[in-house]
Design a protein around this ligand. Structure first.
Ligand code: ADP
Ligand code: 5GP
Length: 193
């Protein structure tokens, strides 16, 4: 019988590099599936429907939440709503694939209580100043969105101790290798939950 896959949750403050690390993990680790989230935010020019996100209206999102379709969902930074589709995750895990979620801290803490054997990874910035520099450098938020994300970051950083692993994203290659090692260690049985 095929083993069920394992759920890995990558989380941390906005701008810390979660998306960057996720892309590298998906490229470099065979058999790792990504669960594409639903969101009510407007697509950015580079966003691909069904690849980066599934873009839905507020009404649709509310309906989906009421139908229990989400494993977790949250309103992030007081703005759009984001959610992970339960069925997508279950299908991949049942097929024996490990699944990576890249979600905000509120959502990650929901997953932690719902799926106790999930592996929780918190990505830490080298400093608050560097976090701000990365967020500004990305040019994807307005000044007030940026302020709100930095405010949330202060609260989110206090949750790091609830995670199984804290991954410092100073040097990208080193952090990426760290993430790879965590995932492969669980596969090889070196780390257990
Ligand atoms: P998140 O998904 O956590 O919001 P991103 O992956 O979008 O963060 O990264 C935010 C910005 O920081 C991007 O411009 C990205 O290229 C950059 N970045 C990510 N990791 C590093 C790193 N280790 N060193 C310097 N810049 C980084
Ligand atoms: P962005 O809109 O910049 O792509 O993402 C904003 C934030 O939403 C990021 O912190 C990202 O991790 C988080 N996010 C993306 N998808 C989900 C999801 O399905 N659930 C939750 N809770 N957060 C998500």
């Amino acid at each position: 019988m095929r083993h069920r896959g394992r759920l890995f949750v990558l989380s941390g403050p906005s701008g810390v590099g979660k998306g960057t690390l996720r892309t590298q993990a998906l490229k470099g680790i065979e058999g790792l599936a990504y669960s594409v989230s639903c969101t009510t935010r407007s697509p950015r020019p580079e966003d691909r429907e069904g690849v980066d996100y599934r873009f839905v209206s507020e009404d649709e999102f509310t309906r989906m939440a009421e139908q229990g379709l989400f494993l977790e969902h949250a309103r992030v930074h007081g703005g759009p709503r984001y959610g992970t589709l339960r069925e997508d995750v279950e299908r991949e895990l049942d097929a024996g694939h490990d699944v990576l979620l890249e979600i905000d801290v509120q959502g990650a803490l929901q997953v932690r209580s719902l799926v106790p054997d999930s592996v929780m990874i918190f990505v830490l910035p080298p400093s608050e100043a560097e976090l701000e520099r990365r967020l500004r450098g990305r040019h994807t938020e307005t000044e007030s969105e940026l302020r709100s994300r930095l405010e949330s970051a202060k609260r989110e950083l206090q949750q790091a101790e609830k995670y199984d692993h804290v991954l410092m994203n100073d040097d990208l290659d080193r952090a990426s290798e760290g993430l790879r090692r965590i995932i492969l260690s669980y596969r090889e049985g070196g780390l257990r939950k």
